[in-house]
Each structure stands twice: as structure tokens, then as C-alpha cells.
Design a protein around this ligand. Sequence first.
Ligand SMILES: Nc1ncnc2c1ncn2[C@@H]1O[C@H](COP(=O)(O)OP(=O)(O)OP(=O)(O)O)[C@@H](O)[C@H]1O
Ligand SMILES: [Mg+2]
Length: 389
Amino acid sequence: MEMTAEEFQEKFGIVGTSPAMKEVIATIMKVAPTDVTVLINGESGVGKEIVARAIHGASARSARSVVAVNCGAIPEGILESELFGHQRGAFTGAVETRKGYFEIADGGTLFLDEIGDMPLPLQVKLLRVIETGEYMRVGSSATQTSDVRVIAASNKSLEDEVAKGFFRQDLYFRLRSVNLYIPPLRERREDIPIFIEKFSHEFCERNKIVFGGFSRESIEILSGLEWPGNVRELRNLVESVIVLERGNHVDAAAIEKYLPKSGAFYSGEPTSRFLPVRVDKTPEESERELILRALWEIKNDIVDLKSFFQADRPERKLALPVPQYVPGPHEEAEDSSDGKELNLEEMEKYLIQSAIKKFHGNKRMAAQALGISMRSLYRKLQQYKLKDV
Ligand SMILES: Nc1ncnc2c1ncn2[C@@H]1O[C@H](COP(=O)(O)OP(=O)(O)OP(=O)(O)O)[C@@H](O)[C@H]1O
Ligand SMILES: [Mg+2]
């Protein structure tokens, strides 16, 4: 079943004809049929997951499942039991023996996203299961086996993480048997028109929208942007333009409305990309934001400290509460006297929402702009039941 690169791209929905993309396709077609571990690197939104899924889909394991785990989104305290499962009674709340992802993905592929966020003690266990296929459930000393192909992804440079002592070198060497780098969208701009075409076609089809299309000029404008959130950001923009233009033909003037006003993070200067979320605020508002941010960091430090101290007491791992902000009496009084004052929780919620909106759904950039970790952002999204864009 030899496939051409075009057929391969068609089958897995991966578009792009730039030399960079062709090289990526050639590599994944070569590695897919093997069992080799693949490490995919690239900025947020460049297509690491779609590539990982294509590698699985083109492998002999394709009849079995591919399980994707975002190591950055799962609280550290439960990541081990998520990956390896746990024995009944291993800790409070472990009322049943539970399968881990290595067991669920047996015979298939495990996609470990944001591998750079995996805690060091767990990295040792991961290396072992990759090398020997053996692992132990939390709370059990019996060895389990699993036949899983691991594909890992990271938008941090793991080499830097190794240098800083946050990532084990042996695991890094093991993972990067094949190292696949997907370049940012701004380095393969020739693919932008193809993406626009694909995303608008798919979106209109799915939502039964008759769309007037993008003018050539508007496509040129979009092709010239920096796209710090890469393909995901482009996709989100295309979809919101189509919805808001209600199917009209989109020309240059129309597209301008959807471009970021400040242009600050489209200047291409790396430092300007992670400026504070809002620059259009009064000094008073900015001050509030700073205070909020500081409080937030303190809270997160407390959570991390708690999980650190509880790490060697596995029975308490699951009982870790996420601290809720309890408004003091003064704030409560203020709240009831005039409804306009936002309490800290509402501000937090608002800040998160605006950061996510500002970065077109790119959570890593939103977290960075807010000055919090990805893990905290995911926790907040869950806590406030915010839509996971
Ligand atoms: N070459 C491509 N062809 C078609 N769609 C793509 C391509 N690259 C990315 N996409 C789309 O862009 C979006 C982001 O891609 P994906 O989730 O794979 O990125 P990612 O690198 O895993 O991002 P993150 O680091 O934020 O997890 C998805 O909707 C994906 O389908
Ligand atoms: Mg991803």
C-alpha cells in the first residue's frame, strides 16, 4: 500500500505544499510504519497533534486506539495514576482498580503532549516503560506490561529543559529517536492561502453556511501576519470572520476589522508578544490587575507546595482541594452596595476570558501573558466552567 505524499496528506487532512511541510510529510511517512519513538517539536498550534495522529493512522497499530494525554493539563498529583492506573485502595477515593493510559492504549499509540511538563520522578517511570514495556500501577508492586508506541510533543525546547535540570537527559535521548520539528506558520507563509481555503470550506460545510469567500487582497493581508498562535489561530480567525460576516464576500476592508488593534504582537518582535494582557486600562485598573496576579501566583505556590508535601503520602493525593477565593467581609459589603464592582473571582474569570480571546484560543500564550502556568490555566478553566476554546 504505497501512498504518494499527496494521497497521504489527503487521507490525514494535512494540508501544505511548502518545502518545510513536504519535508515533515516525507519524514512522517518514513517513520509511521515503524515502532520508533517520535518527538515532535514546534510552537503552539503548528500541528503537532494532527501529525501524531497521522503517524498512528499510517502505522500497523492503526486498528487499535491512539490515546492523547496532555501532561501539562493533568494535576501533577494524579498524572501517575492517570498514566499507569491504580490499585483499589491505593489512596482515599481509589475505590476501584482503574486502568491507566498505558493499559488503555495497549497495542496502539500513546500521544504524550506537553511532555516537558512531566514531573521528574515520573520521567524515570516513563523511561522504564518505553524501554522495557513494564510499569506498575500506583499502589501495586506487581509488574504490568504494555505494548505501546510513544509519540511525545513539546513546545518547549527539551534540550533547554535538560540543561536547566527539569528534564532527564536519558529520557530526552530516548524520546528523540526521531525528532520532528514543525516550523511556525510565519516560516511557511505560502501555505496560508491553502489553509484559508481548507478551513473555510470545512467550516461552511459543517455549518451549512453559504459563504462569499475571501478576496485575493484579504488573503494577502492574512498571509503577511505573524501568527504567533500559528495554524490554530488562523483557523479560529477564519471561522469567526465567516460567522460574523454572515456569508458575505470578505474584502480587505472587512478583514481589517478582525485584525488585532494594537499590532503589538504582530510586530514580529519576540519580546512584544508576551506583554501584559491589556494596555488600554486606567492606572487604577492596571494596579488591580497586578495585585490580582500577585495573589494568584501566591495561591498557586500554595497549591504546588501542598502537592509537594503530599506527594509522598499517596493516600491523600486525590483529596487535594483547589483553593477557592473567599471574599473578605469588606469586599462582600462592597459587592452588595453596588453591583458594578467586580470581586476577585470575577476579575480572574474576566482576565482569563480576555486573555484567551486575545490570543485566539491559544492557551499557552494566554497563560504566559497572565503570568501563570498552563496547569493553573486549565485548573481555572475548569473551576470557572469556561469554554475550553
Ligand atoms: N498541516 C495542517 N493541515 C491541516 N490542519 C492543520 C495543519 N496543522 C494544523 N492544523 C490544524 O490546526 C489546529 C492546531 O493543530 P494541532 O492541535 O495539531 O497543533 P499543536 O501543535 O498540537 O498545538 P498545541 O501545541 O497548542 O497543542 C488543529 O485544528 C489542526 O487540525
Ligand atoms: Mg497539541
